[in-house]
Design a protein around this ligand. Structure first.
Ligand SMILES: Cc1cc2nc3c(=O)[nH]c(=O)nc-3n(C[C@H](O)[C@H](O)[C@H](O)COP(=O)(O)OP(=O)(O)OC[C@H]3O[C@@H](n4cnc5c(N)ncnc54)[C@H](O)[C@@H]3O)c2cc1C
Length: 521
């Protein structure tokens, strides 16, 4: 994956692309993998970095969604459970089984949640993870050493999947590239172009690094822009009715002491009727999430004070060592692109199903859904695109397509396990140059070699790309990430041939972004 090479491929394309995909999140990258592996000529354009939008801000669960079962959406749960199984099969270096414990404090909770979770397990069928079971008070305390013991009766344990969202995204981009797709970050679509028949037949886009403007034509344009879906649709038809109800969710990150061990906690009913998780993630504790309807959308949403207060309050009910504001290492928020229904007042009740929609202009939009179901969404989208654009009928191959980095025993690579088969190459970089073998900060495991890898092989262009989405430093510990920024800027400058003014600009921009991940005390 080299940006210069991708730009060259775009410049050399004379014929229209089969598909142009606007948006480089889970949805767009999934469509690119599917389309390219079917042999369609595919271009993906992302306005910022891959995963800058919602796809870096999930709760990091590959799950069927216990909550949707309660809402009666059995088909969504079954589809997601199947996709959970396929994703673990195709990307075992990134997806692992996670034991989730529902602690019970009232006599009826154990049997009640036990029945629901048994059904959840049954719906997974052959794609099942571990078996759910009732556990005693002692075993609950053993699995969750910091759970609040007051009034605890026992619990129910069930199994779901866990992943690293942007590592998967970067690996999907690499997979699409290996299948022949051309993918560019920092490529913003500014207009949709139409033919004499009034149908969308291409895009105008801007390379935001150089400011140069380009046009590209395609048999079909796919809008995979998440919360920006409606603004892109309006580029073709200014009067279209909006289809997105944006809903914000926030997360807090603490150190491991709040959730020692390997088990997660599921709180099935918070006071606003949501579920809340505390999850061990990259040797930290991730708590989330919320569901707040919002009217303003942004690539860098900020967690609201109410959301932070609510999560601290809920965590304090279930944890013996109670987290406070000063324990928060990072806070991050994301916005769900939910399909609109009614007045959008209660977004928690809105469906997590995805929508594939064709406007009168011929623009194909895919939105909603979940990270977990990106593959199935992409399959449906490319089927539709092939019909719409009269592309050759070719079967979908992604059910059994290994994702870049595939490695069955990646855990052997220790802190580099998330790179899968690339881990050995990163180790080699660190061996060849011992200055790259040093941790960039004592509180996080990241090495200089990972920065070099990110810029050489994963199209990282900025300090933020490295610290937020190639490594997860900013999401784990914002202060540590700020400390790492100067060294990262200097490695990047050497690799990209940039001067000190560029480095200073990078550090200043990152400091500004990182301020949104720190809580004021
Ligand atoms: C708080 C929260 C928790 C979640 N937790 C989970 C979970 O645990 N498990 C799960 O399965 N799902 C989860 N989800 C859902 C999942 O994260 C989303 O469904 C998914 O990431 C949406 O991906 P997307 O590609 O549609 O959108 P995005 O990731 O937002 O991608 C859209 C992209 O389009 C780009 N774009 C916009 N306009 C343009 C333009 N003009 N030109 C070029 N590019 C453009 C944007 O920059 C953006 O990168 C969660 C969501 C939230 C908000």
């Amino acid at each position: 994956m080299k940006r210069e090479q991708m730009l060259k491929q775009v410049g050399e394309r004379i014929r229209p692309w089969d598909l142009i995909i606007v948006g480089g999140g889970a949805t767009g990258a999934g469509v690119a993998v599917d389309a390219a592996s079917r042999g369609h000529a595919t271009l993906l354009l992302e306005q910022h970095d891959f995963g800058k939008g919602t796809s870096s801000r999930s709760t990091k669960l590959v799950h069927g969604g216990v909550r949707y079962l309660e809402q009666g959406n059995v088909s969504l749960v079954m589809e997601a459970l199947k996709e959970r199984g396929l994703l673990r099969q195709n990307a075992p270096h990134l997806v692992s089984e996670l034991a989730c414990v529902v602690p019970s404090y009232a006599w009826w909770e154990g049997p009640f949640y036990g029945i629901g979770l048994k059904l959840y397990e049954l719906l997974a069928g052959k794609y099942g993870f571990g078996k759910s079971q009732h556990i005693s008070k002692e075993e609950t305390l053993q699995r969750l050493p910091n759970v609040n013991p007051d009034g605890l009766n026992g619990g129910v344990v069930y199994y779901d999947g866990q992943f690293d969202d942007t590592r998967l995204l970067i690996n999907l981009v690499a997979t699409a590239a290996e299948q022949g797709a051309t993918l560019l970050n920092y490529a913003k679509v500014t207009a949709l172009n139409k033919g004499s028949d009034g149908l969308v037949n291409g895009v105008t886009w801007k390379d935001t690094e150089t400011g140069k403007i380009f046009t590209a034509s395609a048999k079909v344009v796919v809008n995979a822009t998440g919360i920006f879906t409606d603004s892109v649709r309006q580029m073709a038809e200014p009067d279209v009715d909006e289809m997105i109800a944006p809903s914000q969710g926030a997360h807090l990150v603490f150190d491991r002491s709040f959730l020692p061990g390997k088990n997660a906690i599921l709180v099935p009913h918070t006071k606003d009727g949501r579920v809340m998780f505390a999850i061990p993630w990259h040797e930290h504790t991730l708590v989330g999430t919320t569901d707040t309807p919002v009217t303003e959308i942004s690539l860098e949403p900020i967690a609201l004070e109410d959301e932070i207060g609510f999560m601290l309050e809920t965590a304090a009910l279930y944890l013996d060592k109670k987290p406070s504001r000063s324990d928060i290492l990072s806070v991050f928020a994301g916005i769900r692109p939910l399909a609109k229904s009614g007045d959008g007042g209660n977004t928690a009740a809105l469906s997590r199903d995805h929508t594939i929609h064709i406007d009168k202009s011929g623009l194909l939009t895919i939105t909603g859904g979940k990270w977990t179901t990106y593959r199935n969404m992409a399959e449906g989208c490319v089927d539709q695109a092939a019909t719409l654009a009269d592309l050759p009928d070719k079967p979908c191959l992604t059910r059994s397509l290994n994702i870049h980095g595939y490695h069955p025993n990646a855990a052997n690579f220790g802190p580099l396990s998330f790179y899968g088969s690339d881990a050995a190459l990163i180790r080699q970089l660190a061996t060849d140059d011992e200055t790259l073998n040093e941790p960039l900060d004592p509180q996080l495991p990241y090495l200089g070699a990972e920065v070099v890898w990110a810029v050489r092989e994963e199209m990282a262009r900025s300090v933020e790309d490295v610290l937020a989405r190639r490594t997860r430093a900013l999401f784990l510990n914002a202060k540590a990430a700020l400390r790492m920024a100067p060294r990262v800027a200097s490695i990047l400058a050497k690799e990209l041939n940039k001067d000190e003014t560029w480095q200073a600009g990078q550090i200043s921009a990152f400091t500004q972004t990182a301020s949104g991940y720190l809580v004021k005390l």
